[in-house]
Design a protein around this ligand. Sequence first.
Ligand code: NAD
Ligand code: IPM
Ligand code: MN
Length: 348
Amino acid sequence: MPLIAILAGDGIGPEVTAEARRVLDTLGLDLGYEEGLVGGAAYKAVGHPLPPETLDLARRADAVLFGAVGDPDCDALERQFRPEQAILGLRKELGLFANLRPAKLFAGLEDASALRPEIAREIDMVIIRELTGDVYFGAKGFRTTADGLREGHDEMRYDEREIARIARVGFETARTRKGKLLSVDKANVLETSQLWRDVVIEVSADYPDVALSHMYVDNAAMQMVRNPGQFDVIVTGNLFGDILSDEASMCAGSIGMLPSAALDGTGRGMYEPIHGSAPDIAGQGKANPCAAILSAAMMLRHSLDLPDAADRIEAAVAEAILGGARTPDLGGTLSTRAMGDAVLAHLG
Ligand code: NAD
Ligand code: IPM
Ligand code: MN
């Protein structure tokens, strides 16, 4: 029986993960679950955001269902003890280099988008974000200069192997969709981006059937709100992908709607909403659980070879939304639990 590690984490993490779990339970699948401590909750309980037992659980599991981490109480801690280090550590330790972040507008959510309905309606893209490199994992430093100034630095780096493997994920994904791939970089300024562009072009020789194009990230951010319907599959680095996916989420209605899959290329993965622990609404039953529920669907599809069950979940979310189910982020009044109920009601 496949083992799912449930790492609910902080803030709204446990609230939204509970709804994803209810949806999974309702499907009656033959899955085992084991819960682990992560993030600020783990730090407060055992003194570390990613305890060895949790890392071990994640390694043993066939997939990880992750909620969110982040706790304002922990923001002043030494960096290695901050909740966010848990998610970065899991990505690195498990080799989860490929982050799929699908953003599409669910019918009925036109009015929730920050964009005009006729523009929002066209949104259906996948952002493929490299997840274990870039400025996130380069050398970091802080010092006081000879002039007495505080100085911080974070090295941005990629090697060609890291770029080529995520590029391949981009081309393979493009093949399953419209046969076009957009690579987003900042090659006009950054050496890492020039290498990125060169390597993506080299890899494209293996995918003559895919139309490759390039865009600078500043333009991409602008195009995302001007005409997001032009995007289908985007491949980009860790930092640019982080930022563009939050932007895409609001174009598609809410950050509470976007799921993600972090994959190692062998079928193992960690699945989580793209949003954080939302301390401003935590504990109030206001969080939208759809991103977490849709992440569970991605888990069934990508790690557990249960595409039909994944389809059922996605259809149930779509029908609930179409039927008017709305948490406050979508302009409605439903609680997290009531939104979960609305999805369950459409699972049949
Ligand atoms: P956030 O995503 O937690 O929240 C941003 C805004 O979106 C908030 O106003 C929040 O209320 C809202 N929001 C987020 N998810 C929502 C949902 N499901 N339903 C309704 N509204 C939702 O980002 P932040 O405020 O910048 O960060 C808060 C904490 O979360 C920080 O500690 C940060 O480091 C952490 N964080 C963690 C993850 C993760 O675990 N994957 C991702 C992003 C941020
Ligand atoms: C995300 C988050 C994380 C990231 C943080 C919490 C480390 O913003 O998953 O999008 O920047 O990758
Ligand atoms: Mn983010």
